[in-house]
Design a protein around this ligand. Sequence first.
Ligand code: SF4
Length: 454
Amino acid sequence: MTAAPPKPVAPKIGFVSLGCPKALVDSERIITRLRAEGYELSASYEGADAVVVNTCGFLNSAKEESLAAIGEALAENGRVIVTGCLGVEADRIRAAYPDVLAITGPHQYEAVVAEVHKAVPRPHDPFLDLVPPQGVRLTPRHYAYVKISEGCNNMCSFCIIPALRGRLVSRPLGEVMREAERLVAAGVQELLVISQDTSAYGLDLGYAKSAWRGQDHETRFLSLAEALGSLGVWVRLHYVYPYPHVDQVLKLMAEGRVLPYLDIPFQHASPKVLKAMRRPAHQEKTLERIGRWRETCPDLALRSTFIVGFPGETEEDFELLLDWLSEARLSRVGCFKYENVDGARANALPGHVPEEVKEERYDRLMRHQQAISAELLGTRVGKTVEVMVDEVDEGGAVARSHWDAPEIDGNVYLRGETGLKPGDRVSVMVEAADDYDLFARRIDAEVFRPVPVG
Ligand code: SF4
């Protein structure tokens, strides 16, 4: 009897993923492809045959972080392929690190994988069943980002993403929905819709019809929200702009079909600053629109980000922003101090704000919003809400409500609930709140625990 030939050792690739959720989805696609081809992932530099670094090039500080990550991977492993947003600055990377094996740009999946093939020849093992149908994901099993488009047609003066990633390219609705179905079948309980401009979805395709479940659906924001809302899982919408057609989605939120949550990067409230930023929808009367949304869906949580110290921002503009925040009463707010980005038109604007003024405005905005957040969370006390569990330890469960996105918003703490599992959905009574988080107890014994298929 002849012994079976030894199973070939799969080549191992290390992966460093930097940047925003959109870059994370790019990483997931590259890793899915590599795993499908038989490569294994290495958790350490020393165990890897080569390392892919997916970089971020949005802000100068992110570029520095990306360059440092490339340097670390080179020092620890020596065989490094660079991809992602910083990849468009290949000269800069080569000047700092002439030894990198290859450099590719954002969403160049084929090119990255081709470079991996050159560096570490792809394995041949026809017996390996390599990848689950939902692909490889870097998020926990119970939630997943779904990227619905690439690129952006806007021209914000502080941003170079359109130059990095090109103009809007939407994925047909049927393609997005089939990916969403695979994720749900694998046990995902929350789909987080991302893109550069979610409300512009389908514009580039002329809202062309796309088949899903035997019917044609327009590739547009509302149809996608309706279709995702029919899957029975939480659906959260990120990077939406306050265009009039967003109003229609609020009805789906009021009906409980998608989560009553909108992530809208307002960036500022002063018309003068918004104009200088060249923001989409900068002429919209956003406070009136928010008021109408709340009439349709009183439970709505709004998250946003703001830039302080944009060139030309005066004390008056900044105070207008604080007043706007008092009126808008947003649930969650992130804030950035303006910084130049190589290649952005805002660099040349007059009236750059001194660093100490940016710092002071940042602190004032965060303190201002902290009080609003605490007051809003206080209104949740005594309410019954559904939460989803993210983590469980010996002290209890850490969960999130409809009003909280993973990683960026607050938590709901359930003391003593050690029998729950990540992805479980339970009803709780909110007992207390602090500036950012809620504290609650379970009020029913029933746990919605999905059974993954396949
Ligand atoms: S909407 Fe503006 S900030 Fe966002 S990606 Fe497009 S250009 Fe950049």
